[in-house]
Design a protein around this ligand. Structure first.
Ligand code: MG
Length: 384
């Protein structure tokens, strides 16, 4: 029985993880849950799963949850709050495996703490790997702690890598759907509205990641994530646009063989893979091969999607540039959604911030968070 700590339990990955626990009650149970501000969902989950510990964003929300649990006659749930609460959930002695699914750098300290506590991590939070991948992977290697990617592309790569030695890998190919503007002529990019950018063709996701898919910055973050997770240089990672989103990624080996991973576009599959690794439990998430009509692969267009170029540059430099890429994008996406800047203002803002970022490699999580705050300030200043 694997007892899970689920960080980001009320978000979409957290809820999908709980649906896997529900389907495999003999394999998985819930040790702790870290939520944010969604009190109703956190309460419902605490009642349903009876974890040892639940964390909420603030002291006030934690007090409200405690009161509601008391009223309902639920005892034995330790309610905590804030970053310290999330860290406590991640490092709970009763937890055997940590699902890191808090969006943004908010989940960074808890993910780092989980690795230092020797807990295997299922990683759905790509910002953690982008901002602090050098620190997290170094700690994981030193302590021999597995990090299992839940991001669908990296999960696919992880699966493909199992068939060969690292020295036999030539190129990691990340597939990209290309987003809603894959075929839009460049001269129409200036008029893209938030409503148009929020319509993703194949995946239903949160707002920032949907905009990041439209600019392809999401793929850029995934390039950096792949470099860190699989310990390869940015020249060994390439992007191919694959509109069907059926092949989740591929690995090309030195002999010319290319292995691809195909499955339904359902996050429960990579979650199950990460939770059960190295086993493969039978599931109902089957893929209908007979319904598959075609698989297309195209070169990405770096002119219409400058975020890809910026990400490769940041991946090459590492450290502070990766932090700045992520931070500047988050600020710029918010400004785009609030109609303060046009769609192409997103890459322009990122480029400005990257240009003013000194080359540095933060050695601690505190330094990473300081560099992140500083990059956000420069992004806000660039927007004025
Ligand atoms: Mg992905």
């Amino acid at each position: 029985m694997k007892r899970l700590a689920i960080l980001g339990c009320t978000g979409s990955i957290g809820q999908s993880t709980l649906s896997i626990v529900e389907q495999f009650p003999d394999r998985f149970s819930v040790a702790s849950l870290a939520a944010g501000r969604n009190l109703d969902e956190a309460y419902a989950q605490a009642v349903r799963w009876r974890p040892r510990m639940v964390s909420l964003a603030t002291e006030e929300l934690a007090a409200q949850l405690s009161a509601r649990l008391r009223q309902a006659g639920v005892s034995g749930v330790n309610v905590v709050h804030g970053t310290a609460g999330t860290v406590a959930c991640a490092t709970l002695p009763e937890a055997d495996f940590v699902v890191s699914a808090i969006v943004g750098v908010a989940g960074l300290e808890a993910t780092h703490a989980a690795i230092l506590a020797g807990k295997p991590v299922g990683l759905a939070n790509k910002e953690c790997m982008v901002a602090a991948g050098e620190i997290l992977t170094a700690a994981a290697r030193r302590l021999n702690v597995p990090i299992l990617p839940i991001d669908s592309e990296h999960n696919a790569v992880h699966q493909c890598l199992r068939v060969g030695a690292r020295s036999e890998v030539k190129t990691i190919w990340l597939t990209a759907s290309g987003g809603p503007f894959r075929q839009l002529p460049l001269d129409q990019f200036a008029g893209i509205t938030p409503e148009q950018a929020l319509k993703h063709p194949t995946w239903v996701m949160g707002r920032r990641i949907t905009i990041d898919s439209a600019t392809m910055l999401n793929k850029g973050l995934e390039i950096i994530e792949a470099c860190r997770l699989f310990d390869v240089g940015s020249r060994q990672v390439r992007v191919t646009v694959h509109p069907q989103s059926t092949v989740h990624s591929l690995v090309e080996f030195v002999d010319g063989s290319i292995l691809a991973q195909i499955s339904v576009t359902d996050m429960r599959l990579p979650i199950l893979y990460a939770l059960a690794y190295p086993e493969r439990p039978a599931s109902t998430l089957t893929f209908d091969l007979a319904a598959l009509r075609r698989l297309e692969f195209e070169q990405p267009d770096f002119e219409r999607f400058p975020c890809l170029r910026l990400a490769f540059e940041a991946a090459e430099k590492g450290g502070a540039h990766c932090i700045a890429l992520n931070a500047a994008d988050e600020v710029a996406v918010e400004a785009f959604l609030n109609r303060r800047i046009p769609f192409m203002g997103i890459p322009r803002t990122i480029e400005k911030v990257l240009a003013s970022t000194p080359e540095a490699h933060p050695a601690t999580i505190a330094e990473v968070l300081a560099a992140d705050r500083e990059a956000r300030q420069r992004a806000s200043a660039a927007l004025e």
